[in-house]
Ligand binder design. Structure first.
Ligand code: LLP
Length: 448
């Protein structure tokens, strides 16, 4: 994050607050979130996309994807920065509503929303329910009729584009659980086209437009641009068949961040400009009005705002055989958390880096593997990183880029309490989520 630097004494500090003080006050493992950085990135997305799309459709609605990391404070920050909020469960909606986010600024995602989740959304007058299947569309219609309110719906389609990092696959990525296929299955009408007809025929459904999400941790604009072209083509088809121009198009989230120095994501302004160019040209070619564009970034707003602060514990060294048969040493450094606060290395083989945060040293950097304290050998935090040879128990290590999908995916594996999240704003730190205690964990055990 922008506010992280070394003090004169060599200790890592956030907006001038040394990590040793944060560890002392809040304990470790600790998620340290630079609120100024988080908010600047939220604002930056809004400004960059608004600027690029101003002439085409008067700006862009940016929905922060709460699944990346959500708390009531976070919901208030994004709202204050002019963003809306994308939720994908009753729980996330509840956080947003407790935070006071207006219902019209919320969207609800999910491939299997419950009756309660859908009813809650309709009753509240949610800005949009992003409908994922024909079954669900029928369910929303029935529930809307029951409440006497119209449901605002978007239809999530699978545009046949799947993107990650530098690559995108432009052929069908149909065989997965999300979205309405644009390719006919069995008959002549695709599930996507059938859903549009159904929505337009049902008064209780207010069909706002279409949605597509093509992947995550994407560095280049090409995949987004191609998906936009396909979606605009579909909108033109709707105009031809039904004589209506749907007013909105959501291009989803997936904007990438740098976890380590090999990652080189494009800046939001670069992506926005490339996307706007394609959207403008395509709409013109097709003879349709440019719909109001929206996007749903999560990771790119939350990810780099946060580092995890761990305390180092035991070390050990082993001989590792390389491909050519030579033996090299590897040192293991254990920390006081692990896969329960960052499941991404285990789940996605994700790479992180780590630095010695509590001090600087002249000791030689040696290849190290940072591991957690869980009862699994796969419990790796950082696979390979050079750390000073004299790293020892009691040192603090910082792992950057843990603001998205880390706390959100945290578990109580091995009965570890989930860590606290501390937000640092204008040089002052406060916990926005407290650490779970053993009492919290035992409180759910009805035999305790
Ligand atoms: N919109 C929809 C419909 C989504 O499914 C997602 C993420 C987003 C927006 C936000 O994507 P972002 O901008 O954060 O990439 N746990 C995985 C990522 C799962 C993404 C799920 N959907 C990870 O840690 O890499």
């Amino acid at each position: 994050a922008a506010g992280v630097a070394r003090t004169a004494g060599g200790e890592l500090a956030v907006q001038g607050l040394p990590v040793s003080e944060l560890a002392k006050e809040f304990g470790t493992p600790l998620f340290v979130l630079d609120e100024n950085d988080f908010r600047a990135r939220a604002r930056g997305f809004k400004q960059a996309f608004d600027a690029a799309f101003a002439e085409l459709c008067g700006g862009v609605d940016v929905y922060y994807a709460g699944k990346a990391f959500l708390s009531t404070e976070v919901a208030r920050w994004v709202t204050a920065e002019g963003l809306r909020l994308d939720t994908c469960s009753g729980g996330e909606m509840a956080v947003a509503r407790v935070a006071g986010v207006p219902a019209e600024n919320l969207s609800l995602h999910g491939n299997n929303k419950s009756v309660t989740e859908i009813s809650t959304a309709i009753e509240a007058g949610l800005g949009r329910i992003v409908v994922d299947s024909l079954d669900e569309l029928e369910r929303v219609a029935v529930l809307a009729r029951g409440t006497g309110k119209r449901a605002n719906v978007m239809l999530r389609l699978t545009p046949g584009v799947h993107a990650s990092t530098h690559e995108f696959i432009a052929t069908a990525h149909e065989d997965q659980k999300f979205g309405l296929s644009m390719i006919p299955v069995g008959g002549d009408v695709s599930p996507a086209a059938a859903a549009v007809s159904f929505a337009l025929e049902h008064e209780e459904l207010n069909l706002l437009g279409l949605h597509a999400h093509i992947g995550s941790q994407i560095f280049e604009a090409e995949g987004f641009a191609l998906a936009a072209q396909k979606m605009l083509g579909f909108l033109a088809g709707i105009k031809e068949i039904h004589g209506v121009e749907l007013p909105e198009l959501d291009l989803g989230g997936g904007y990438g961040i740098a976890y380590t120095e090999v990652d080189t994501p494009s800046a939001p302004a670069t992506l926005a400009a490339a996307m706007a160019k394609v959207v403008g040209e395509t709409a013109l070619e097709l003879g349709i009005a440019v719909p109001r564009i929206s996007i749903e970034p999560g990771r790119a707003i939350a990810g780099t705002s946060t580092f995890t602060l761990y305390e180092a514990g035991v070390r050990k060294s082993v001989q590792v055989e390389t491909g050519d048969g030579t033996l090299v040493p590897r040192r293991y450094v254990s920390v006081d958390g692990g896969m329960s606060d960052n499941a991404r290395p285990v789940l996605y083989d994700a790479d992180y880096t780590a630095v010695l945060a509590s001090r600087v040293t002249a000791s030689e950097p040696i290849i190290s593997r940072v591991v957690g304290k869980h009862c699994e050998s796969g419990d790796i935090v950082v696979r390979d990183v050079y750390l000073p040879e004299d790293v020892a128990a009691g040192d603090l290590l910082a792992v950057p880029g843990t603001g998205a999908y880390c706390w959100a995916l945290a578990s109580n594996y091995n009965y570890l309490g989930r860590p606290a999240v501390v937000a640092v704003r204008d040089g002052a730190a406060r916990a926005i989520i407290r650490r779970e205690t053993e009492a919290d964990l035992l409180a759910r055990d009805l035999g305790a």
